[in-house]
Design a protein around this ligand. Structure first.
Ligand SMILES: NC(=O)c1ccc[n+]([C@@H]2O[C@H](COP(=O)([O-])OP(=O)(O)OC[C@H]3O[C@@H](n4cnc5c(N)ncnc54)[C@H](OP(=O)(O)O)[C@@H]3O)[C@@H](O)[C@H]2O)c1
Length: 308
C-alpha cells in the first residue's frame, strides 16, 4: 500500500507541467523563446502578442500550447487572459516579460503621449502582469519572474532616452521585487541583452519630430544620421541570435535559484563591469568619444564651442 502511495506521489510530482506565460512572441527573441518551449513537452505555454498571424503560421495549438492575444498596454486583455489561465491551468508559474518597443528620438522630440506609450509598453504593462500573477505564485509558494531588459537599462545612449528610462524602471522594480518575494519562494531575474542580431531595429518607433529629422534635418539631424546606422550596424555585426537568448531563458527557467542580474551577451558583460568599476565621470566622455562623429554634432547651433 505504502509503495502505491509513493508511486502516486512521484507520478503526480513529475507529471506537473509548469505554466509559462511569454509576452511579445510574434517576432525576434519572443518568437525564439516560443519555438524552444514548443518543443519542450514538459511545460504548458501561453505564447502571446498583439498580432497573432505569425504565431498561428508557426505553431499548432494543443492542450499544452496556447496562442493568445495580449497587448501588454491593455488591462482588459491582461485580466481576461490571466483569468482564463487561472480557471483552466490553475495560474501562471513562470512569467517572461519580453514584449518591448524602442523609440528612436532625442528627448526634445518626444511628446507626453510618446513617453506614455514607451513606459506603458516596457514598464507599466509588464509590472501590471507581475502584480496579476503574484497572488497565484504566493499561494503555491514558488514561481519565477523573468524580465527582459537591455544594456540600455544600465547605460543610456543618445536618441534612446525614453527606452533607457523604461528599462531602468523595469530594473529598479525588479531589484526591489527580488527582496520582496525572495522570502516567499519566488525568483526574479533580469536578463540584459546587448546587441542582438535581429530585425528589431526595423521595428523602432519614430515620433513626428524625430521622423522629420532622421535624414539630417535641423539641430538634431546629425545625431540621427549617425546613431541610427551605428546601432543597426552593431546589431547586424552581433553574433548573438534571438535563439541564443531563448536558450538562456530556458536555462533560467530550469535553474532552481537563478541570479537576479544576468548580462546576456559579451558586450552586455563588458558594459556591466565598466558600469560597476569605472566612475561615470570618466566612462561617459570615453563612450562619447566612440559615438560616430559625436564631436561634430550640433556644432553649427551652439555659441559655446570652437567653430574651427
Ligand atoms: N534585439 C535587441 O538587440 C535587444 C537588445 C536588448 C534588449 N532587447 C529587448 O528584448 C525584447 C524583445 O526584443 P526583440 O529584439 O525581439 O524585438 P522585436 O522583434 O521588435 O519584438 C518585440 C515583440 O514585442 C511585441 N510587442 C510590442 N508592443 C507590444 C504590446 N503593446 N503588447 C504586446 N506585445 C508587444 C511585438 O509584437 P506585436 O507587435 O505583434 O505586438 C514583438 O513580438 C524587448 O523587450 C527588447 O527591449 C532587445
Amino acid at each position: 500500500m505504502l509503495h502505491l502511495w509513493y508511486w502516486y506521489k512521484r507520478r503526480t510530482r513529475y507529471s506537473f507541467k509548469p505554466v509559462i506565460l511569454v509576452t511579445g512572441c510574434s517576432s525576434g527573441i519572443g518568437m525564439a523563446i516560443a519555438e524552444m518551449l514548443y518543443s519542450l513537452r514538459s511545460y504548458r505555454v501561453v505564447a502571446t502578442s498583439r498580432r497573432l498571424d505569425s504565431l498561428r503560421e508557426r505553431f499548432e495549438e494543443d492542450d499544452r500550447f496556447w496562442i493568445r492575444k495580449l497587448d501588454v498596454r491593455s488591462r482588459a486583455d491582461a485580466e481576461k487572459l490571466i483569468q482564463e489561465i487561472n480557471d483552466k491551468w490553475g495560474g501562471v508559474n513562470i512569467l517572461v516579460n519580453n514584449a518591448g518597443i524602442s523609440y528612436r528620438s532625442v528627448v526634445e522630440h518626444m511628446t507626453d503621449e510618446d513617453e506614455a506609450i514607451q513606459m506603458d509598453t516596457n514598464y507599466l504593462g509588464p509590472v501590471r502582469l507581475v502584480r496579476m500573477v503574484l497572488p497565484g505564485m504566493r499561494e503555491q509558494g514558488r514561481g519565477k519572474i523573468i524580465n527582459i531588459s537591455s544594456v540600455s537599462g544600465m547605460l543610456a545612449m543618445p536618441t534612446m532616452a525614453s527606452y533607457s528610462a523604461s528599462k531602468a524602471a523595469m530594473e529598479g522594480m525588479s531589484e526591489a521585487l527580488w527582496y520582496e518575494v525572495r522570502p516567499l519562494g519566488i525568483n526574479v531575474s533580469v536578463i540584459q541583452p546587448g546587441f542582438v542580431h535581429s530585425k528589431s531595429f526595423e521595428n523602432v518607433v519614430y515620433t513626428k519630430k524625430s521622423l522629420a529629422a532622421k535624414d539630417g534635418e535641423g539641430i538634431y539631424g546629425d545625431y540621427y544620421v549617425n546613431m541610427i546606422p551605428f546601432v543597426a550596424r552593431l546589431m547586424r555585426l552581433s553574433t548573438t541570435r534571438p535563439r541564443t537568448l531563448a536558450k538562456l531563458v530556458v536555462r533560467v527557467i530550469r535553474t532552481e535559484n537563478p541570479p537576479l542580474w544576468i548580462p546576456a551577451t559579451i558586450d552586455a558583460m563588458v558594459f556591466y563591469y565598466l558600469r560597476r568599476f569605472v566612475p561615470r565621470r570618466w566612462l561617459m566622455p570615453f563612450l562619447f568619444w566612440f559615438l560616430p562623429k559625436a564631436r561634430k554634432w550640433g556644432r553649427a547651433y551652439t555659441k559655446r564651442r570652437n567653430h574651427k
